[in-house]
Design a protein around this ligand. Structure first.
Ligand SMILES: [Zn+2]
Ligand SMILES: [Zn+2]
Length: 155
């Protein structure tokens, strides 16, 4: 599943995750204080989020009730995956090291990361997938010889 949420849509999602489920009025109430958005704007954002299947609607009397189709945690996981999908497999390590560098992490947080690393099974070979993902390879290597090496490892 692809997740592609704009910053404004994320504000709406956050409000609904906090409320668990909400009508347009409740969402507007929650967001109005911090954002200068009209109800029409919020309705537009809700419409987009329904289209993107981030929200489901049910009718309660004359009002629509919006419910998230996934938890914030699941959504964040998908966003992380999407970030990795935008980068060659060979450069995933750089993305992760940069993220750890930039993140605010407590000693407990670092312990959780260490445990996750300890449980992670290493891949024996990471192949460049630049050409599958994009039309150009930005990795510093020769595709022909690298593919040969992989063939040798397999045979
Ligand atoms: Zn590559
Ligand atoms: Zn390549």
């Amino acid at each position: 599943m692809k997740i592609n949420i704009s910053d404004s849509e994320m504000v709406v999602m956050r409000a609904i995750w906090t409320l668990e489920q909400a009508s347009v009025d409740q969402i507007a109430c929650q967001i109005a204080a911090s954002n200068d958005w009209s109800v029409a704007t919020i309705k537009t954002l809700l419409g987009r989020l329904v289209k993107k299947e981030m929200l489901a609607t049910t009718k309660s009397g004359r009002k629509f009730i919006y419910t998230p189709t996934m938890s914030e945690c699941e959504a964040v996981g998908l966003m992380g995956q999407e970030l990795l999908d935008k980068v060659c497999a060979k450069k995933h390590v750089d993305v992760l090291v940069n993220l750890i560098d930039d993140a605010k992490l407590t000693a407990e947080n670092l312990q959780i990361i260490r445990e996750a690393l300890a449980e992670k099974t290493p891949a024996c070979h990471v192949t460049c997938d630049c050409l599958e993902k994009f039309s150009a390879c930005t990795c510093d290597h020769d595709h022909a010889t690298d593919d040969m090496k992989v063939m040798e490892v397999i045979s």
